[in-house]
Design a protein around this ligand. Sequence first.
Ligand code: SF4
Length: 349
Amino acid sequence: MSARASIIPVFVPHLGCPHACVFCDQRRISGAVRPASAEDVKNAIRKAAALPCNGAKRQLAFYGGSFTAIPASRQEELLAAAAEAAARGEIDSIRLSTRPDAIDGETLARLRRFGVETIELGAQSMDDEVLRLSGRGHTAEDVERAARAVRAAGFALVLQMMTGLPGDTPEKDLETARRLIALDPDGVRIYPTVIVRGTELYDRWQKGEYREHTVEDAVEICAKLLPLFEDAGIPVIRLGLNPTEKLSGGEAAGGAYHPALGELVRSRILLEKARALLAGVPAGSRVTLGASPQTLSQVIGQKRKNLRLLQKEFSLAELRVRPAVTGAGEILLLKTEDDHGAPAGGGGE
Ligand code: SF4
């Protein structure tokens, strides 16, 4: 992915969207109720210009999930406003998100003409049954075809996936991740399913036809997905819906909505790493772990949850963590002592 960017978001609601994704209620998620216009683009850029960006590149981002499915004339109106701002040096690049089945040669040529740099595709799942039960209206093959076309046309590619959709399982999520990795994206976003009031999914959940994908479910599966992507050199640029006042205020009726979901997931990954390190440590030991200063709080966990859990699980007399010189995401076993302060098996400075 390109260097750190300061994002200028413009939400493009697709009010006449013919699809019926069960989790979607765009107006509730965004608070927007009318189509976006060139004036909205100009206003967003003007507002952003008044804020410091500390040297970061300014990137205009059309969000909403189906930019290239809105009428071509409106796409051109919005893109022209963005391209003019780019020509004046007010923004550095343009990105947008869209559906895989709304990508074809003509569309890509239009986006290229207006200088779009990055295209995000909402894949959501690579399991056709999950896509069907979720009302997505496209197949996994559509995702592959669109991703390859985007790449071949020279755009940066970002893929979005969801976990916990109707018919989904952790195995299907892992398979989705593997198939997305095979498409070689420049980045991915992972959105565990949130049950938003007023959606089809909300109704199904109320009727007992959909089993909620809880925060705990999401943390468990995302702690497996994240290393898959990162080990393949693909950054996860977002994990979980951006918190908004409306969602936090009750619109998110259930599902995996948590303002710090990414933090919880990274904390879970470190918990598993600590488990592996402590496996051979005798019960009753006093143990000191080391972690980089940036990840210290994630190792400890919210309300010291990880430390309490590990201490109990391995019957340790004491478990501490202190800053150490190590890579972010790594944990060291710094010291292991028995009850009398003598070195115990498995550890050492
Ligand atoms: S998420 Fe689905 S229903 Fe909602 S706007 Fe996008 S394509 Fe339409």
